[in-house]
Design a protein around this ligand. Sequence first.
Ligand SMILES: [Fe+2]
Ligand SMILES: [Fe+2]
Length: 214
Amino acid sequence: MNERRLTPLDRLLAGINDALTTVAVPAGRAARDYPAADIDEVELDARAKAHAAGLMRVNHAGEIAAQGLYQGHAVVARDEKISAQMRQSAQEEFDHLAWCEQRLAELGDGPSKLNSLWYVGSFAIGAASGVFGDKWSLGFIKETEQQVCEHLSGHLQGLPDEDARSRAVVAQMRDEEREHGEKAAAAGAAELPRPVKDLMRLTSKLMTSTAYRL
Ligand SMILES: [Fe+2]
Ligand SMILES: [Fe+2]
């Protein structure tokens, strides 16, 4: 089948459409099975439940930000193949988003109230880093995914031991974030300068500590 080349306007309109789909709750159906589908729900005490919900809300906000980043990159990517690759990763991130939303609902809680802010901020950062060229935007993706992997590993330790359903969701997400990072590296990602990496850590710390509560 012939694939039509997307004009910048096509990409922008697709981006706006993606944005509206992303921030809407419910996010929609994941294309793949829920990782916790076969795991029994256990009754958590109120404190453990609230903590698990806080962590899953952080992860949900992270996935909103991932949508913004990938879609922002895709809009400005110069190479059509890289743009398509980013859209594909964004689709997998969409499953993560839907899974986090489902787990939050199961824990009797809901997403961050600041989702639109996380999305718009990340979209702007994604598009801005793409302006410097594909190898830098790929470098940004590689670094982001690496930091997200570390962050999710921390959550696997921090989640209540008995909350196997949240763990299953987070573990699968972490494996896929690792693959996204490797894909970006293989596509020619540049290594970001240390101060940029530090700034990214700082920004995500701000976002995660806010989304835990709000
Ligand atoms: Fe993700
Ligand atoms: Fe990812």
